[in-house]
Each structure stands twice: as C-alpha cells, then as structure tokens.
Design a protein around this ligand. Structure first.
Ligand SMILES: [Zn+2]
Length: 98
C-alpha cells in the first residue's frame, strides 16, 4: 500500500502564489504604484469614451442662469452656452476632440 496525496492542485496553487509574490517583489512599492496608476488611467480612458461630457460647474448642469431678483428670468449659461455640459478635459487631451 502506498498512499499518494493529490499534489497537483497544491503545487499549482503554490506556484501561482509565488509568481504573484515574485512580481510584487520585483516591482517594489514604486512599481506597484505605476501598475495601479496604469490601471486607473485605463479606467479613466474607458470612462471618457463612455461619458465624454461632464456637468457644467457654473450652472450645475441646468444650462441657464436664473435672475436673482426675478427668479423666472433666465439666460443661457455663458460657460456651457446653455448646454449644461462640458466636454471633459481628458477627451481633448487624449482623443484630440474639441
Ligand atoms: Zn453652464
């Protein structure tokens, strides 16, 4: 009788763990920062392509300004030209779009 435990899974798991640990060790704290930075940047680019516009800060996305005396009186927002949204800055820089 010779009992052999199924080592395959254990070896696989250990090697995967050590590989990740090796990568972390090789990168160091600065390298990890760069990796996380790149991941955040990738997410930012995805977000830009999905949502290229941001709410206008001047009119809070309303597109117009209310008069202070006559609250029914409005004029289009100068900053966003009445659209209530602005193209995001990253879109100009990364995609070369206005
Ligand atoms: Zn505005």
């Amino acid at each position: 009788m010779c009992f052999q435990p199924p080592l395959t899974m254990q070896v696989l798991e250990t090697s995967t763990n050590s590989t990740v640990a090796d990568i972390v060790r090789a990168l160091g704290p600065m390298g990890m920062l760069v990796v996380f930075g790149l991941a955040a940047f990738a997410l930012y680019v995805v977000s830009l392509s999905l949502h290229p516009y941001a709410k206008c800060g001047r009119c809070k996305g309303m597109g117009r300004h209310k008069g202070s005396m006559f609250s029914y009186a409005t004029r289009p927002c100068n900053s966003c030209k009445g659209r209530g949204t602005h193209p995001r800055l990253g879109r100009k820089v990364l995609f070369k779009q206005p």
